[in-house]
Design a binder for this molecule. Structure first.
Ligand SMILES: Cc1ncc(COP(=O)(O)O)c(C=O)c1O
Length: 499
């Protein structure tokens, strides 16, 4: 597929049927007596239109007859989705207006019934935990490889998945996150093969890997490795608007009718056409210029890596330094930098970079920062990134730096999954009580508690709250991070299942 994309562009891929139809509808004169209430921008607040102009609001239209219907497509949405399937290497593709979040939820709802097992790594995104709560599926957690030198959880090894399948051959799905937020790709092909030997479908959360199909120097896409369902945030690494995503399917292990019903449970009945049209545009862009755009992004990222490596205080996460079995490949456009040599936490470095230099990372952590280089970046952006780090390392470097290891005495070890007898769904729906955090230890969490980003929960509903988990969360807060998903984001209190 990747070679096809590079060498033989289907002329039809140059069109954008949904976008073109939306433009036609927006330009047509009409008396609108339908939603949205601003009526093609005529009633939009002037503080919005003075800023953004009228065109965007003229195009903010509902499901007019010409515009097809996301939940029963037989017109331009169907055509746009078929073009996307061909461009990304799927048999069938669905546009999502509610992010990969709803795609992951629908994939689990479509494969697992209440009480059925799903094998998944403990460091899944919170959308997968939401999927467990919604579906009632019972998680069989496998531990991802933990890289202590980076305080980062990578992917899952084939051995871990194989052992879980052998112990739980009745599992209805395997879900993996590949790539991780740090660009680390799991051995998806071998995982697919072992899952398929047991007739178990493989669902891949490829939220951060929508660009993979378009350049051979990027890791292979999960679809090309045999995954049955792949969910991609087209907005994260390609050019779609925030929240616009796709779900791709191939093969016959997935009940597509149930998938369609599942998607309609987790999406708005009023999907935003600007988001949907942006998916059509992003697909058209990648199908026609994807190779060149990815070549450019890779070159920028390689240059950034090379120049950042010259700064002795920094260390870069790269493929040579992390040979664990779950580290099958690395997306070079994802740059993770350990900043402890600067005597700063990732959060403090993030603040300095953002406030002083206008350089904004995707993801700060306790020890490191992760940057996404994409088709939208320029040489000037890389200049600014490198120069900001040079200045951080020289002019702004704090005096009397503490030893990095004294700053980070016990980094986050992926917590052994201390699940109680309650599934996430049972715990979520149990009677709960809010208690001071110190009293919560050894009780069962009624809520999900999750530093964001990366959105990987430290506590799940149904999990026993450990002192180690609380210590880590408090450290994130103290270092300037955000803890989300729970009722009290200051973490003075936690919700526990009533004993
Ligand atoms: C691994 C992973 N999966 C899923 C999601 C959800 O994606 P979206 O923001 O498109 O809903 C995210 C978002 O950060 C993510 O990091």
């Amino acid at each position: 597929m990747r070679d096809e994309v590079r060498h033989a562009i289907d002329p039809y891929q140059a069109s954008a049927p949904l976008l073109e139809r939306l433009k036609g509808c927006a330009e047509r004169s009409a008396a609108a007596f339908h939603t949205p209430g601003h009526k093609r921008g005529q009633g939009i607040s002037s503080i919005l239109s003075d800023w953004l102009g009228q065109a965007v609001f003229q195009a903010d239209l509902p499901e007019l007859p010409e515009l097809d219907n996301l939940f029963a497509p037989d017109g331009v949405i169907q055509q746009a989705q078929a073009l996307a399937a061909a461009a990304f290497g799927a048999e069938q593709t669905w546009f999502l207006a509610n992010g990969s979040t709803c795609g992951v939820e629908a994939a689990v709802l479509a494969t697992c019934q209440p009480g059925e097992k799903i094998i998944l790594p403990r460091n899944v995104h919170q959308s997968a935990i939401a999927a467990l709560i919604l579906s009632g599926a019972v998680p069989v957690f496998v531990q991802p490889d933990y890289d202590a030198s980076w305080d980062v959880a990578h992917g899952v090894s084939l051995d871990a998945i194989e052992a879980a399948i052998e112990q739980h051959p009745d599992a209805k799905a395997v879900l993996v996150v590949s790539p991780t937020y740090y660009g680390v790709v799991s051995p998806v092909q071998s995982i697919a093969e072992i899952a398929h030997q047991h007739n178990i479908p493989l669902l891949v959360d490829e939220a951060h890997g929508a660009h993979f199909a378009f350049h051979p120097e990027l890791p292979p896409s999960a679809l090309s490795q045999g995954a049955d369902v792949v969910v991609q945030s087209i907005h994260k690494t390609l050019s779609a608007l925030t929240q616009a995503a796709m779900l791709h399917v191939q093969g016959d292990r997935i009940d597509r009718d149930r998938l369609i019903r599942s998607l309609s449970l987790v999406q708005s009945t009023s999907p935003n056409y600007l988001l949907l049209a942006s998916l059509d545009a992003a697909r058209q862009q990648m199908a026609t210029q994807g190779y060149a755009l990815m070549e450019q992004a890779l070159n920028l990222a390689k240059r950034a890596r090379q120049e950042l490596r010259q700064i002795p205080e920094l260390a870069l996460l790269d493929d040579r330094s992390n040979q664990v079995s779950s580290f099958a490949d690395l997306d070079l456009t994802r740059i993770t930098i350990d900043v402890t040599g600067l005597g700063l936490t990732g959060f403090a470095a993030d603040e300095q970079l953002h406030e002083t230099f206008g350089v904004t990372a995707e993801l700060p952590g306790l020890r490191h920062l992760t940057f996404i280089v994409s088709l939208g970046n320029t040489e000037a952006d890389i200049d600014r990134l490198v120069s900001a780090f040079h200045q951080l390392a020289t002019e702004l470097k704090p005096q009397n730096q503490p030893e990095p290891n004294s700053l980070y005495p016990s980094a986050f070890r992926l917590l052994p999954s201390a699940l109680s007898l309650l599934t996430p769904r049972q715990a979520f729906f149990s009677a709960a009580v809010s208690v001071p955090i110190a009293h919560a230890i050894d009780h069962i969490s009624a809520e999900l508690v999750c530093p964001y980003p990366p959105g990987i929960p430290v506590l799940l509903p149904g999990e026993v709250i450990t002192a180690e988990a609380i210590e880590y969360l408090q450290k994130v807060l103290a270092a300037g991070g955000i803890v989300a998903g729970c009722t009290d984001s200051t973490l003075n209190t936690l919700s526990i299942v009533k004993g």
